[in-house]
Structure formats: C-alpha cells, structure tokens
Design a protein around this ligand. Sequence first.
Ligand code: ZN
Length: 108
Amino acid sequence: MGKVKAKDILKPKVDLDAVTLPPNWYENMIKEKKDAEEKARKEELARIQKIKCPSCKSTSKEHVEKRNDNGIFGPGYSSWIVDEYFVCNKCGTMFKDMEKRKNIIRKK
Ligand SMILES: [Zn+2]
C-alpha cells in the first residue's frame, strides 16, 4: 500500500485573493431585502384600501386588529394578530378580509 498524502484527503485551499465580491455586497443584499419588504407592505396597503364594504360598497372603513402578546415588557416583547376585521365607516357592517381568508382556507 502506498503512502497516503495529506493533499489527497484535505480539500484544496481556496485562494481568497482570487475570490472577489462586488463592493458593498452586504449592504446591497440588506437593501434589496428591505426594498422587497417595503414593496410587499405597500402592495398589501393598496389591496386593503380597495376592499369594499359588502353591504354599501364603501371603501371607507376601519381596520381592527386584535393582538395577543407574550406578556414581556421591554426586550423580548412580541405580539401577534389573533383576529382582524373591518368596520365600515358608513353603515357599521363588520366584515372579514375575504382574500386573506381564501388564502388561509387554501393552505389547510
Ligand atoms: Zn358599509
């Protein structure tokens, strides 16, 4: 049996000098992520604005969110939505975001 050489087992060393990344690649990555989140948030707001009251077709409504939290004050605090609905400002009808509900039903 011949001698086993270390270089046959160990992975070849990566020459880091040969690896180049664009300047500010990390900042760019963070920025892209933030921009995508911001875009999604704006799209959601625009979608909500267009939702009409099922009774009077008014788009004037209040978005009610009921939240639960983990009871921690200060760092570590987190809260989540347990229920949300709209109340029409014109006729007082309470209604759900059906588009969101359809997505929830589809996932089940
Ligand atoms: Zn209404």
